[in-house]
Design a protein around this ligand. Structure first.
Ligand code: SAH
Length: 344
């Protein structure tokens, strides 16, 4: 018999489960607290429950494991990169970044990715499988336990396309922001998408206050298509409409992400077209000098040229920042740590 994943259940669902195994409803709250605030990895640890109940739980349920395989610590800025192993042997990576305003964790939403963006290491081996809500939570919980520091911000910008794993992703958001759990503020969560239009609209209707980041990377439909296969499915105009809809519904300003690739999308003309797109919108632009991966020959522009690109946008009233590079002495770029492991 396959045991049921107890970590992915809401408190209300857990109440129904407890009744189902002949337990009092209030036990649900205790178990939930062990799982989501005391971050227990096993039923054995739940010492205020009777031995009998712990055995019952053990027999019917599992807590999908997320085990640390490797941890790299940057000497430059204290960034930590983690490689975690899942129950089935697959591995995912996550990053802990320390900022003045708190600790931010970047998590993966899938094992691998099927979106095929040209400059991204995460997509090279394709999609292996979706992550469970429990496995997204597990990355945050383990990092909080290992570091001994509270996580206050989450970005879903690791390996995978979160909106390609929609239901599990939404369940994860509900659980991680639940006041009975870690209770992370929705305003401190950012989800990044390559632009899966129907699910961007669905997300707008969930009633969340999370920030939506849209990976733009090209300033016209044609240029976007050259870097991102998903653009063959959804036109740039549709993607932008979905962003506007998200803003309208949630009041949350959209973040646009734009990876600068030397000679490909960092020219004068690109900046002008970008201004055309972004100026009329209440948004923020995050410029990411591309992180070269060995499988492709994309190069990042010089610091000076990236600054010039940014200044051109700012002069026209577009709010832009160049993303600070963190942990550049460790396997920093998306999916590089996992790829190194998988290649071995
Ligand atoms: N699937 C989501 C999350 C991906 S990672 C998405 O597409 O948005 C978060 C961001 O990093 C995306 O904007 C992605 O395009 C970008 N990215 C991926 N690989 C990169 C690289 N090698 N250099 C710079 N940015 C990269």
């Amino acid at each position: 018999m396959n045991k049921k994943d107890i970590l992915s259940l809401s408190l209300d669902e857990l109440k129904i489960e407890m009744e189902g195994i002949g337990e009092k409803v209030f036990r649900a709250k205790q178990v939930y607290e062990w799982l989501h605030t005391k971050l227990a990895d096993s039923f054995e640890e739940m010492t205020n429950l009777s031995k009998n109940l712990r055995e019952k739980l053990e027999a019917a349920y599992c807590i999908p494991s997320v085990k640390m395989l490797e941890r790299q610590v940057s000497k430059l800025d204290g960034t930590n990169k983690f490689l975690f192993q899942l129950e089935d042997g697959n591995v995912v990576e996550s990053v802990l970044m320390r900022y003045k305003h708190g600790n931010s964790v970047c998590i993966s939403s899938q094992v691998g990715c099927r979106m095929g963006c040209k400059f991204c290491a995460s997509t090279i081996g394709g999609l292996e499988r979706n992550l469970l809500p429990a496995e997204m939570l597990g990355q945050v919980y383990q990092i909080q336990k290992i570091s001994g520091e509270r996580v206050s911000n989450i970005v879903i910008m690791g390996t995978g396309e979160p909106l390609d794993n929609y239901d599990n992703f939404v369940r994860f958001i509900r659980l991680v922001t639940d006041e009975n759990g870690l209770n992370i503020s929705q305003r401190n969560i950012t989800v990044s998408t390559c632009g899966i239009v129907p699910n961007m609209k669905r997300l707008a209707e969930e009633g969340f206050q999370i920030t939506l980041a849209l990976s733009l990377h090209g300033s016209t439909q044609e240029k976007r298509k050259n870097l991102m296969p998903i653009a063959n499915k959804y036109e740039l105009s549709e993607v932008l409409e979905a962003c506007d809809y998200y803003f309208e519904k949630t009041g949350r300003r959209i973040t646009f992400e734009y990876s600068l690739v030397q000679g490909v999308n960092d020219r004068d003309e690109d900046a002008k077209e970008l201004i055309g797109i972004l100026k009329p919108r209440n948004c923020h632009l995050n410029l990411i000098p591309v992180n070269p991966i060995k499988e492709r020959d994309f190069q990042k522009p010089s610091r000076k040229s990236a600054e010039a690109f940014k200044n051109q946008l700012e002069k026209s009233g577009v709010n832009a920042t160049i993303r600070r590079e963190m942990g550049s002495d460790i396997d920093g770029a998306c999916g590089q740590l996992r790829r190194r492991y998988v290649n071995k």
